[in-house]
Design a protein around this ligand. Sequence first.
Ligand SMILES: C[S@@+](CC[C@H](N)C(=O)[O-])C[C@H]1O[C@@H](n2cnc3c(N)ncnc32)[C@H](O)[C@@H]1O
Length: 274
Amino acid sequence: MSNAPRPSFRQVINTIYRRYDDFLRRLYRRLPRTTLLDPLFLLYFYYNRGLQMAAQRYARGVLLDVGCGHQPYRQFFEDKVESYIGLDFPSGREMLIPSPADVALPDVYADAHRLPVRDAAIDTLLCLEVLEHLSEPAQALGECFRVLRPDGHLILTVPFCFHVHGAPHDFRRYTEYGLRHLMERAGFQVVVVHRHGSFGAVLGLMANVYLFHHFFEVRRQFAVRLLLGTVKVVGTIPLLLLVMVVNIMGYLLNLSHDNPHFVVNYLIVGRKAS
Ligand SMILES: C[S@@+](CC[C@H](N)C(=O)[O-])C[C@H]1O[C@@H](n2cnc3c(N)ncnc32)[C@H](O)[C@@H]1O
């Protein structure tokens, strides 16, 4: 017979809610990223289109994906390059959604600040949603410049309006001007800067991220947690419908109101002059 103490009612409830959250997260990973039911729809809708355009125009040869995570955009690039190499920090898996069985693993484990690659060996570099997590972004961009061959391109994206994520390794947000400055200081010629999403997308995305990821956060009294957790479990379908309505409203507002002062994400492409 086991002598382990029986878990308290609170522990049991907390475990149930945690498992339910994991279940929802795994479910979301299986949905295409651009369904209206996705709380991040207003991020990925514009993001994917921008990235596919960049893949079409700039990807070729040997591609190195720096900070690749589980390589969610690999399929945009794979048929345009000779080889696709994913590189991530050894501890990077902490930032990934915890379902190790179905994530692509990096080919190389290394630090973006010190790339284990010889000079001018890479034709195309990706650095997607990574720069904000680096302690020394200028040094990492210098490394990108070093390993890129002349005439090669760096395709880089960063969030501007997004919640703090990957804490405590979420160090900053960039404007277009900050990005240009960093890229040019590293030696790149800036070829293009794209803004993804404007006022409507920012509003809708923030509302959905809050609703889905933070409203039910558990740093409250147990009774409140119990109530909110039950609402979440019982109300998952109405919650998803609300997410969808917010996505549609955000999309329509975005269509009618393109204001450069409001941006969800930036995509910037830099070229190494020959
Ligand atoms: C927000 S995730 C983005 C992952 C992927 N690029 C994507 O777009 O889904 C940030 C990634 O940067 C990686 N990362 C953070 N610091 C790093 C470093 N110093 N060197 C290499 N990768 C790093 C993390 O491990 C994580 O996988």
